[in-house]
Design a protein around this ligand. Structure first.
Ligand code: G3P
Ligand code: CA
Length: 279
């Protein structure tokens, strides 16, 4: 993994479109990525799952039921785990209509019938649609459920020359997955350890960051974990800090005041506006 001195962020504070522009379009569809790029996000975030036949698809949940019509199309296949479905089956699903029902204010007819993209399709789309250097910020989700996920990811990124052509950041809640990736990718590729919780005791926090620093370049904490102590401990170790998922301008401003290096947000246009306003 890269050292902090080697990192060259696209902007001082990275705007990461969480699952694409997921506040405005169905998460992890090409439409959500298109809108994120139009909103000038620095990075589009991809969460990875793996199909029964070993293909990487971009989807947040390990199951299909929340964001598709899997229950209707495959009524006998509960609990609709991604790993139990082939790519061909997954491609039969509608990954857009749920959004219109849950978010009627943002619903659009064109969201009906959108597909779950493969990682290849998501990368192709960004390559075709993004004119500038829009980065990809890719999470190995549930890597313990999917042996070989890291190898498959790195091989796709190498085949596509994504490391050469685009800013790439790799992220995971799994330290084992990041350690594996650390041995597979160039030092230039930042690795970010996601954190849902952190030790309250400062000495324990420092010890945890010491360990993370061995293989990662940054932290992706739940925004609730970020305070001056957290920031100081991270930056002392040259670990960048990208909290998730920051969806109000009030919270964005607060985190900017604490000195974060970027944020995951469903509303990347709002963070972009704020950064432009504050210079
Ligand atoms: O990857 C950062 C953030 O997305 C982590 O939470 O559950 O939305 O993937 P989740
Ligand atoms: Ca994620």
């Amino acid at each position: 993994a890269a050292s902090a001195a080697e990192l060259e962020p696209i902007t001082e504070v990275a705007v990461v479109a969480h699952r694409g522009a997921s506040g405005y379009a169905p998460e992890h569809t090409l439409e959500a990525y298109k809108q994120a790029i139009t909103m000038k996000a620095d990075y589009v975030e991809f969460d990875l799952q793996m199909t029964k036949d070993g293909e990487l698809v971009v989807l947040h949940d390990t199951t299909l039921d929340r964001t598709t019509n899997a229950e209707e199309i495959f009524p006998e296949r509960a609990p609709w785990s991604v790993r139990d479905f082939t790519l061909e089956e997954i491609k039969m699903l509608d990954a857009g209509s749920w959004f219109n029902e849950v978010y009627p204010d943002y619903s659009k007819n064109k969201y009906e019938g959108l597909e779950i993209p493969t990682l290849q399709e998501a990368l192709d789309f960004v390559d075709q649609f993004a004119k500038g250097n829009v980065g990809v910020y890719i999470e190995t989700k549930a890597p313990d459920v999917y042996p070989g996920m890291e190898e498959k990811l790195v091989s796709i990124l190498e085949e596509n020359q994504t490391f050469e052509n685009r800013s790439v950041i790799l992220q995971s809640f799994s330290s084992a997955s990041l350690q594996k990736l650390d041995g597979m990718v160039s030092e230039d590729v930042p690795l970010v350890q996601l954190m849902g919780s952190a030790p309250e005791e400062e000495s324990e926090l420092n010890a945890a960051f010491d360990e993370i620093q061995e293989y990662a370049d940054g932290l992706g904490p739940n925004q609730k974990l970020v305070d001056p102590t957290f920031m100081e401990a991270a930056h002392e170790r040259h670990l960048i800090v990208h909290p998730y998922t920051v969806n109000t301008k009030e919270n964005m401003k607060h985190l900017l005041s604490l000195g974060v290096d970027g944020m995951f947000t469903n509303y990347s246009d709002q963070l972009y506006d704020l950064l432009k306003k504050t210079g």
